[in-house]
Design a protein around this ligand. Structure first.
Ligand SMILES: Cc1ncc(COP(=O)(O)O)c(C=O)c1O
Length: 367
């Protein structure tokens, strides 16, 4: 009775969160929503007996106005914006809107874990192109992997979980070589944390390439992961298709109110938080041996531990720190507050020394 191809889709296994553990596994913020946003959520709670606005009109209009007045200065209107139940939903809708059975969705790997799952759920074929040695997108290899069946490409920048970024010039060069019939989603879930000198300018890319859409989220910098709210900006025809395949009323009333209040919040409110997270990210990076340091522009770092990943993860768990382990590859740790970073470093330093010995700060082994 069940679609046979679902056998190849892994079921969701929630991470174990022992009571009192410090969870730095999901790239969430530790602080609650900004105070002005928390008030808007509380006010909206009184109205949840009503269905939310299915077209999410006020929020979409506010996002359009926000783009126009921000540094990006992009003139778009509501028809260029889709909102979704988290940007994960929008990624799925983008696949549904572009792919028939067996069509190909191309992306770098390792990247956002949802890409292969969402592709398979929709019946599309995930085509995963390994990152380069330095954990960045391998654009030349991705271009070579394009076939007649490629319908959609995800570019995750900063990339989760490596934290690496591509430069604006590299992305432009890549997009110039992607056939216009293929839609490219630039997934910028972590763009607020990106301090790289040649950071991607999404507005310019949207102006130049009608086949590109940009996907962002309120889950990370805005601290609204539990409310599920993301948005996508792109050409009106594509956005209409993304909206056609959406679950009706997918963006709930509290999320709509919180999104509006987040846009109204002063830039300083957000900037202070994001700056503090970036400071902790850099502290975390400095606390690990150089050979395990991958420069990150997200709110997390990845330790490329290879075969030692599970052992280090287990040591961290013993100390009550729950990180995200990719067995055989690495451990990703979210950067949060100074206090939590102190605890992470206090657990991580001995964990690396225990597993790696002298190489990672431990005592030389007696021979
Ligand atoms: C690269 C990337 N894109 C999208 C998302 C989805 O975020 P959300 O569905 O919470 O908006 C995440 C979440 O971790 C992510 O890492």
């Amino acid at each position: 009775m069940i679609r046979s191809d679902l056998a190849g889709v892994p079921p969701y296994v929630p991470g174990k969160k022992p009571p009192h553990a410090l969870v730095v596994a999901s790239n969430e913020t530790t602080q609650g929503p900004l105070p002005s946003v928390a008030r808007a959520i509380a006010d909206a709670a009184g109205g949840v007996n009503r269905y939310p606005d299915m077209s999410v009109a006020a929020l979409r209009a506010a996002i359009a106005a926000w783009f126009a007045k921000s540094a990006e200065g992009l003139r778009i209107d509501m028809d260029n914006i889709a909102t979704g139940n988290g940007s994960t939903a929008l990624c799925q809708q983008a696949i549904q809107a572009t792919c028939h059975d067996g069509d190909e969705v191309l992306f770098a790997w390792r990247s956002f874990e949802a890409y292969p799952i969402l592709s398979q759920v929709v019946g599309a074929k995930p085509v995963m192109v390994p990152l380069t040695e330095d954990h960045r997108h391998d654009f030349p290899a991705m271009l070579k992997a394009i076939t007649d069946r490629t319908r959609l490409i995800f570019v995750c920048n900063p990339n989760n979980p490596s934290g690496t970024v591509m430069t604006h010039a590299e992305v432009l060069d890549f997009l110039h070589q992607v056939p216009q019939r293929i839609t490219v989603i630039l997934d910028e879930a972590y763009m607020e944390y990106d301090r790289s000198p040649e950071a991607v300018n999404a507005a310019e890319i949207l102006r130049l390439f009608p086949n590109v859409a940009v996907c962002r989220t309120f889950s990370k910098a805005y601290g609204l992961a539990g409310l599920r709210l993301g948005y996508m900006v792109g050409g009106a025809e594509f956005i209409m298709a993304v909206n056609k395949v959406a679950l009706p009323f997918g963006v709930n009333a509290l999320a709509q109110a919180a999104g509006l209040a987040s846009i109204d919040a002063t830039d300083d409110e957000l900037k202070d938080r994001v700056d503090a997270t970036v400071t902790q990210r850099e502290r975390l990076l400095q606390a690990v041996p150089e050979e395990l340091r991958i420069p990150s522009q997200g709110n997390f770092i990845l330790l490329p531990l290879g075969a030692q990943a599970e052992a280090v993860d287990a040591e961290l768990k013993k100390e009550g720190v729950v990180a995200r382990c990719f067995p055989g590859e690495g451990v990703r740790i979210t950067a949060t507050t100074a206090e939590e970073t102190d605890k992470v470093i206090a657990a991580l330093t001995p964990a690396l020394a225990t597993v790696g010995g002298a190489r990672w700060g431990g005592r030389p082994q007696e021979s």
